[in-house]
Each structure stands twice: as C-alpha cells, then as structure tokens.
Design a protein around this ligand. Structure first.
Ligand SMILES: Cc1cc2nc3c(=O)[nH]c(=O)nc-3n(C[C@H](O)[C@H](O)[C@H](O)COP(=O)(O)OP(=O)(O)OC[C@H]3O[C@@H](n4cnc5c(N)ncnc54)[C@H](O)[C@@H]3O)c2cc1C
Length: 338
C-alpha cells in the first residue's frame, strides 16, 4: 500500500475498473492522484471477468491488482480505506476516511459502484455470483444448455427470461412474489418454450456445494442448475450527502444511481462519477471506459482553471505599456502598416 498523502489534485473514491482506469489516465496526465479503495468490487464472488477483450476470464482480483500496479507505475497512489465523508473545503474538497485520515483534493472522481440488493430467499445469498446469477453477458455462456430458473424479482425479470433463452432452451420462470406476467408476456413465453411456475419460492436447494433447484412453498422441488435473479441496484453514495450529490431513482425502476452527463460530470461542480455508481448496467469494460472519459474531462477542467489563473497572473504582473518615444513613432507605425 502507498504512503498516505494529505493533498492531491484528484482523489478517486473507489478502486474498481472505473476508478483505476480513471486514475491511470490522470497519473499519465501528470496529475497527483490518490485512489482510496475499500477493496470490495461488485463482481468479487465471480470466478472470472467475462466479455472483456484481451482479458476474458481473468479473476476480478487479478485484474484489479494489475490495474493498481499500472496506476503506481505513473506515480499514482492507491490506498486501502473507506471514505466516510466528502465536504467542500474552499475551492476544493476535504475527504475523510472512516479511520480518521483526511486528504484534500481539487477534484473528486467517485467510482464506488453499487450494492446488489438480493431477493430475500433462504440460501440464495450464499450462491450469489456462482450459480445464482443476474447477467447473461457475464454468465450466460457458462450455463449454456443448462436448466436455468428465473426468479421474478424485479421489473426486468421477464426480459431476463427472454434473454437467457438465447443461451439455453430450458428456461423456467418462477412468478414468486411479483404480479403474474401479462397475457402478452405469457404468449411470448409460450412462443419461446419458457415454462411458467406459479407460487412462491421458499428456498434455494444446494447439494455438494452446487445449486440443484428451488423448493416451492408447497414443498415441490423443481430441479435447476442455475437461478437468475433481478437485484435492486443501489449506488454507494452516502458519503456524498454533505455535498448535495446523491442517488435518485433510476428511470427504469431497477434501482438508484447518481445522475451525470455523458462525461460523468455531476450537478456539483468539481465532482465526477463513473462506472456502476451512475450507470447501473455498465459491465467492466464500460465502467473502465467511463472512468477514462471522466478523467480526461477532469484534466481538461483543471487545465482550463490553471490557464485562467495563469492569464490573470500574467495580466497582474505585466507592466503598463510605456509611452512610445518620438524617435520610435515613425518606425512603429511603419511596422504596423507592414
Ligand atoms: C456476480 C457478478 C459477476 C459479474 N461478472 C461480470 C463479468 O463477467 N464481466 C463484466 O464485464 N462485468 C461483470 N460484472 C459487473 C461488474 O462487477 C461491474 O461492471 C464492475 O464491477 C463495475 O466497476 P466499478 O468500478 O463501477 O465498481 P466496482 O467494481 O464495484 O468497484 C467499486 C470499488 O469502490 C469501493 N468502494 C465503495 N465504497 C467505498 C468507499 N466509501 N470508500 C472507498 N472505496 C469504496 C468498493 O470496495 C470497490 O472496490 C459482474 C457483476 C456481478 C455482481
């Protein structure tokens, strides 16, 4: 871990794909940058990162360890810690950690990701990221042609069932506690051969560290190799409250995100966001790209500020123009005419 510093041009809060790629860009832009990271990326339970060009299948921890090394290669610092609060401090920010350390920054890049709130079904949490899944692009290939269940648990559940049908012909939709599918959705399921099971799922059944099915509340066991759930995705934003920067309900009802423009700039001057904290559906590649984009805009913002300050200083220190002497006047005016 790097030595603590109490001052940096940019503090990056969160060291996942978004934060580390942002920090890499800023360090390469010769900015002093500190990444503060609690070390719990969203995909930690997964074996590998899939769909990532040139690094497909790399374990999440290995990818981030390499990212940290790349940031450090350019002089960026990465420290372990949990940010508890960020407040405005003059023309910058004061960031305080849960352990009392503090650092001042001119700009903030917030990349703290999100929390997946899981459906409350006994046994489900323990299987999360292994055979309880959410994203076909992350895990679809791994469960291709297997018996997949989709637990209706959010507004995207019907969509998830139709998507997973692309990877396997054996999909069962459990209506569980949400309203039954509409007649149109029932027709879509029938057309795609997706079975619908009514009733509440009481538990996830596991044998020899492997999901084998779901137990219905009427006692039936329905065999499945994997269970797909829709989590409620909630941005990790609490420490930003004092800055007036906070998550709002996402328009499609899947959770809460911190709104920002396409460059990651929030409504609070000097604060940028990238990755899952703002884009709930971003995969690793998209989160990393957003971190890089935000970093480039932060650097441009600092350059603009520094240029304005330099121009003001230049004007303040420039001597007022001396009146031209009589002898010089003809030459000057000749020069101007040329
Ligand atoms: C089970 C599972 C499997 C997945 N598989 C894939 C896959 O195969 N391919 C793929 O592309 N995507 C996958 N994803 C999605 C992937 O996890 C996200 O795209 C990615 O993690 C988003 O990166 P991020 O940097 O925005 O957030 P994260 O990776 O979650 O990083 C956020 C970091 O901020 C830290 N943090 C949070 N709060 C604080 C704080 N207050 N102070 C300091 N640090 C803090 C966290 O500890 C964490 O290290 C998967 C997701 C899940 C849930």
């Amino acid at each position: 871990m790097d030595e603590w510093t109490d001052d940096a041009e940019v503090v990056v809060i969160g060291g996942g794909a978004a934060g580390l790629n942002g920090a890499l860009m800023l360090a390469r832009a010769r900015r002093s940058v500190v990444v503060i990271d609690a070390g719990a990326p969203r995909n930690a339970p997964a074996d590998g990162v899939h769909g990532l060009l040139a690094r497909d299948g790399t374990p999440p921890a290995e990818l981030l360890a390499q990212g940290r090394a790349e940031v450090r290669r350019y002089g960026g610092r990465v420290v372990d810690g949990v940010v508890a609060a960020a407040v405005r401090d003059g023309d910058g920010f004061a960031v305080t950690l849960a352990d009392g350390r503090a650092v001042r920054a001119r700009r903030l890049l917030v990349t703290t990701g999100l929390v997946d709130e899981l459906p409350d079904v006994p046994g489900l949490r323990e299987r999360w990221g292994r055979d309880v899944l959410h994203c076909p692009y992350c895990h679809g290939w791994e469960v291709r042609d297997q018996a997949v269940g989709v637990l209706a648990s959010g507004p995207m559940s019907v969509h998830q069932a139709l998507l997973f049908r692309q990877w396997t012909a054996d999909v069962t939709f459990f209506t569980h506690t949400v309203p039954a599918p509409t007649p149109e959705q029932v027709e879509q399921f029938a057309a795609r051969g997706i079975r619908v099971v009514d009733g509440e799922v009481a538990a996830v059944e596991v044998v020899d560290d492997r999901l084998v099915g779901v137990r219905m509340d009427d006692g039936r066991l329905i065999g499945r190799d994997a269970l797909v759930v829709a989590t409620r995705m909630v941005a990790r934003d609490r420490f930003l409250a004092d800055l007036g920067c906070h998550a709002v309900e996402h328009p499609n009802g899947v959770g809460e995100h911190v709104p920002a423009d396409p460059t990651g700039r929030t409504a609070v001057p000097g604060v940028w966001v990238a990755g899952n904290v703002t884009d709930l559906t971003a995969q690793v590649s998209a989160a990393a790209a957003a971190g890089a984009t935000a970093a480039a805009h932060i650097n441009a913002d600092l350059v603009a500020e520094e240029t304005a300050l330099a121009v003001a200083a230049l004007r303040a220190h420039s001597a007022p123009p001396a009146p031209a002497s009589r002898a010089l006047r003809p030459a000057l005016s000749t020069g101007m005419r040329r």
